[in-house]
Ligand binder design. Structure first.
Ligand SMILES: Cc1cc2nc3c(=O)[nH]c(=O)nc-3n(C[C@H](O)[C@H](O)[C@H](O)COP(=O)(O)OP(=O)(O)OC[C@H]3O[C@@H](n4cnc5c(N)ncnc54)[C@H](O)[C@@H]3O)c2cc1C
Ligand code: FES
Length: 395
């Protein structure tokens, strides 16, 4: 970059000032009613809105893909392949939200004819709440409050290598399905190799859809960890050896899957000399078992505290379990709180703690230094360790 000398800089700055003053003098005294920046912001983030379910189909033995459209048939907000949307439901007396990666491609949300977005939701193995509600209750014609799009887990050519090695586990395939669709349609310029780990072939989601996308720029390699004598493909976990074999000279690793897979892969990736900037993890999600984290006061497990919740001048006192986040306590009590990532990252659930003690999940502490100083927490990753008093916005 060329650095000019002091006099050139000063004369350059005064030229700008003169040009500005001239523009002010020539401007019309009438107010300009247009707001292009506000318009752009509203297009990208219109906020939560009801979308209608137009289709539900099985995309694996344990998963369903749900298609949403706007009730007026209009285009949906733009998003990057890999981002997620947040769905909110009233289930019994609870008001709950969950993030789901968008498994359709961005171009499908912006096409002229029948634009849509899709998510692919896996049924739980018996411990689910919202995912099982989705499987058992949703049907075409229903409307759901959806908020899109969020998240940083997308391809950025200025930052990422041209070859992306996607390391997917289970339902973690969904953001890569979106990327593969975008690449196959010629809308995204990179090469994607997906190493997709499943226990058995029955656990593979979106199998046929992914196979149909394979070509010059998209490759899918299934890796099974369970016993299956008839399986001809790759076996075991997504190990360092496998990652090395499918990497190119310059490769970005994108990782999305269950929390146990993240822990395993962090260790495997250490043994490869991949620069840190070439490794990207999707957010962690709600801690499966907070009591297993370092520093969690084990003696609190099973305890319930009093959570005093202030909204404006109104106070509610609700129960809050020590092993559930503050966000979950509010949702169980039917108190609305905005959430996005449920991983401590996005800050949508930022909450002021007025009094009391709490534990913050070490893998989900996305608070800024000032938030820590002024006693703010992210309600999705903070857990009461005694009676607590908080203040939340009125929604
Ligand atoms: C960025 C991101 C993207 C994701 N993408 C996908 C995806 O593409 N597909 C997919 O299937 N999943 C995805 N998930 C996971 C998804 O958000 C849900 O966690 C998953 O569907 C399981 O939801 P669940 O409520 O059944 O279980 P959990 O999220 O594990 O929630 C269970 C918890 O709900 C709480 N709970 C129980 N009963 C109640 C009640 N009555 N009221 C209030 N709370 C209660 C309890 O704390 C319980 O532990 C993604 C997660 C993240 C973070
Ligand atoms: S929902 Fe994103 S930080 Fe809590």
């Amino acid at each position: 970059m060329k650095v000019k000398n002091f006099l050139q800089d000063v004369s350059g700055a005064s030229r700008v000032t003169r040009a500005r003053l001239k523009a002010f003098e020539q401007a019309s005294p009438a107010l300009d009613g247009t707001d292009p920046i506000g318009e752009a912001a509203r297009t990208w983030h219109p906020g939560p809105a009801e979308l209608i379910i137009t289709q539900i189909r099985d995309t694996g033995k344990t998963a369903k893909t749900i298609r949403f459209a706007r009730p007026d048939g209009g285009k949906l907000p733009p998003f990057y392949a890999g981002q997620y949307m947040v769905l909110t439901f009233c289930i019994g007396s609870s008001i709950v939200s969950r993030p789901y990666s968008i498994s359709s491609a961005p171009w499908q949300a912006r096409q002229d004819q029948d634009p849509f977005v899709e998510i692919t939701v896996r049924r739980s193995r018996g411990d689910g709440f919202v995912c099982d509600y989705i499987h058992e209750n949703l049907k075409p014609g229903d409307t759901v409050v959806c908020d899109l799009a969020y998240g940083q887990f997308y391809y950025e050519p200025l930052r990422d290598a041209r070859h992306v090695l996607a390391l997917a586990g289970g339902v973690g395939i969904t953001p890569f399905a979106s990327m593969a669709k975008e690449i196959a349609a010629g809308k995204m310029d990179c090469d994607l190799t997906i190493l997709y780990g499943s226990v058995s072939s029955d656990d593979i989601l979106l199998k046929e859809e992914l196979e149909a996308l394979e070509g010059d720029h998209v490759k899918v390699v299934h890796v099974l960890s369970g016993e299956d004598p008839s399986w001809q493909g790759e076996r075991g976990f997504l190990t360092a050896e496998l990652i090395r074999r499918y990497s190119r000279e310059d490769t970005s690793c994108f990782i999305c899957g269950p929390q146990a897979m993240y822990r395993f892969l962090r260790e495997e990736l250490k043994s490869l000399s991949i620069p840190r900037r070439r490794i990207r993890f999707e957010v962690f999600g709600q801690a499966r078992d907070i009591t297993s984290f370092e520093g969690y006061p084990a003696e609190l497990s099973g305890k319930t505290f009093r959570l005093s919740v202030w909204r404006g001048i109104h106070e509610d006192v609700i129960p809050a379990r020590a092993d559930e986040s503050i966000a979950t306590a509010l949702e169980r009590a039917g108190i609305r709180i905005r959430t996005g990532c449920r991983s401590g990252e996005c800050g949508l659930c930022r909450t002021k703690v007025l009094a009391g003690s709490f534990y913050v999940c070490p893998e989900g502490d996305g608070r800024r230094a000032a938030d820590k100083d002024f006693n703010y927490v992210h309600a999705c990753s903070a857990y009461p360790t005694g009676d607590l008093k908080i203040k939340i916005p009125i929604l």
